[in-house]
Ligand binder design. Sequence first.
Ligand SMILES: [Mg+2]
Length: 175
Amino acid sequence: MKRIAIDMDDVMADTTVKIIDQINFLTNSSYTYDILMSSDNASKQAFYELYLKHNTFLWEPGFFTDIPVKKDAIEVIKELHNTYEIFIVSAATEFPNSLVEKLNWMQMHFPFITWKNIVFCGHKHMIQADYLIDDHEKNLTTFTGTPLLFTAPHNLHITAFERVSSWMDVKNRLL
Ligand SMILES: [Mg+2]
């Protein structure tokens, strides 16, 4: 059985959507996901400058508890689960509060994936799998299997990896 390692933030979870909400609240702004996905580079740069200044909420209890699930993620991962060995691999130890919040989130939305198949780590370079679905170049560069870049606002410029832009894309690629 082939093994797929799946990242959580901005792959299974719409983490950027929650980050935008937090930044808008803290800075009285009105950024949207569509703006970050657009070619409006000035707005995007302004957003990421605000984000770097105001991102301590990532370390506060509760941030990871109620992040929305990405469209079609539950249905497609459930289908992949019949054909592949699935491991959820999240670089979560940077945010100690997130560990229990992420486990609870998984149990709430993906109860068919048990704690035995969830890996919380720092770096991901030791992960061995046939596929890694991730939104960050740094995780895909060191991966020894087939890397799949999941589209997110911060990786639109990257061309070095095969790209999947939605969970329907993942389904078409792997099923
Ligand atoms: Mg991620």
